[in-house]
Design a protein around this ligand. Structure first.
Ligand code: DOR
Ligand code: ZN
Length: 447
């Protein structure tokens, strides 16, 4: 019998912010040693690398897979296959499905569905709306294993909305009792209604979309959230922050000691208004991408550590729902198969560093969802989930080849430098060259 199951040698390992030439030893799906002298160990299987990077499997704390209820957009199997292809070995799935995840039963049903279909390890969000407030459901969802909660202050997609600030306040009070975090979609519904009314006059031009959700809609919502966090102490993540001012407000509140964090998407870091005008309505997500100057400021804040988390906000809709006039488009799009590539490409261009990306797209999401150090790190004792990255590999995004049901992307046709070439979950290869190899149901529930 061999000493270990899998030996990964010849690579450069990312370990707690530094990169080492070292080997990884795996037994029973867990990292048992990280060593520079693997010579004496025998392994059942050896992964021989040629100087590629070995990163922790990414932990995407914000994805929408649409099942149950909207299987025509995406499914648990296709969505998690997209995750595997993109180097994301753990996903945390959002609850704005139909029915939404509002109680124990809904949570169990979704968990069982994903246990039979998921290609990667998964955790699940619970939802909060006026319907399940004050019913004991929030505590029950936390007990069931929801790693976080989600609520929407404004209409985006799906049946969840909490546009009453009193109710929102009560939601944060209830969540604070559970010790789990709440992710909030921060746009102010009353301003959104007003600006949408005005935007309707702009007709079919893409400007109508930008006019319907100007930055003030986000900034005012973030200001309210900060005050609610100040009073309730609820652990909070402001999802997909798009404005530089929003990031500054959150960073300031965090520096004052409030338990609030910002999440930014790779989409908002790489795409801006001018690119969206080229892509058209298929590239619409909410909140919107902003000006080039704002995007530049997002990157500066990323470098100043005023961006706490990265998430993809993978959120496909059908092409029928995308090819509409701007104000009628379903917001969101496939992101999982481009997120890491878009970020590696930014690293290659000198825009940011690899540790800055891994911290925000693996370590910190794992911590926020209570999955660290089992996930998000290559430490001894962690699950052997890792991505082999060739930082010099050039590739062209081809959305028609996506594992996701959504075969379109604002990045379609972009050339990226830096590619996830192989992806391993608990020591087993699950994807190679952007193609998923394993079976639905191989993923396990984590919480
Ligand atoms: O663009 C978006 N799509 N933003 C959201 O907040 C929701 C998401 C979805 O579920 O489609
Ligand atoms: Zn989302």
């Amino acid at each position: 019998m061999a000493d270990i199951d899998v030996l990964v040698t010849g690579g450069r390992l990312y370990l707690d912010g530094e990169i080492f030439e070292a080997s990884l030893c795996v037994s029973d799906g867990v990292i048992t040693h990280v060593t520079t002298t693997p010579g004496t160990l025998s392994a059942d299987e050896t992964v021989e690398l040629d100087g590629e990077l070995v990163l922790p499997g990414l932990v995407d704390g914000h994805v929408h897979f649409r099942e149950p209820g909207y299987e025509q957009k995406e499914g648990a199997a296709s969505g998690t296959a997209a995750a595997a292809a993109g180097g994301v070995t753990t996903v945390v799935e959002m609850p704005n499905t139909t029915p939404p995840v509002l109680d124990r039963e809904g949570f169990r049903e979704k968990r069982e569905l994903f246990e039979s279909k998921s290609h990667v390890d998964f955790a699940l969000f619970g939802a909060i709306t006026a319907e399940n407030l004050d019913t004991g459901a929030i505590a029950a969802l936390a007990e069931e294993g929801a790693t976080a909660f989600k609520t929407f202050m404004a209409t985006s997609f799906g049946p969840l909305l909490m546009d009453d600030k009193g109710e929102l306040y009560r939601a944060f009070e209830e969540v604070a009792e559970t010790g789990r975090p709440i992710y909030i979609h921060a746009e102010d519904q009353e301003y959104l209604t007003e600006f949408t009314r005005r935007a309707n006059e702009l007709g079919e031009d893409l400007d109508a979309f930008f006019a319907s959700r100007p930055p003030v809609v986000e900034r005012t919502a973030i200001a309210d959230v900060i005050e609610i966090v100040r009073e309730t102490g609820a652990e909070t993540v402001v999802a997909h922050v798009t404005t530089a001012e929003g990031l500054e407000m959150i960073a300031k509140a965090r520096a004052e000691g409030l338990p609030i964090r910002s999440e930014v998407t790779s989409y908002h870091l790489r795409v801006d208004e001018s690119r969206l005008r080229d892509v058209g309505t298929r590239g619409i997500g909410t909140p919107p991408v902003r000006t080039a100057a704002n995007r530049e400021a997002l990157w500066q804040h990323f470098e100043n550590d005023q961006v706490d988390l990265l998430g993809s906000d993978h959120a496909p809709h059908t092409l029928d729902e995308k090819d509409r006039e701007p104000l009628a488009v379903a917001p969101g799009m496939p992101q999982l198969e481009t997120a890491l590539g878009a970020l590696l490409d930014a690293v290659h261009a000198g825009r940011t560093t690899l540790p800055a990306v891994v911290r925000r797209y693996a370590e910190r999401p794992a911590r926020v969802h209570g999955l660290y150090p089992r996930k998000g790190t290559l430490q001894v004792g962690a699950d052997a989930d890792f991505v082999v990255v060739d930082p010099e590999r050039e590739w062209t995004v081809d959305a028609t080849a996506f594992e996701s049901e959504g075969k379109y992307s604002p990045f379609d046709g972009w050339q990226f430098t830096g590619m996830p070439v192989e992806v391993y979950q608990r020591g087993r290869k699950i994807a190679e060259e952007l193609e998923t190899l394993n079976e639905p149901g191989d993923g396990t529930w984590v919480h």
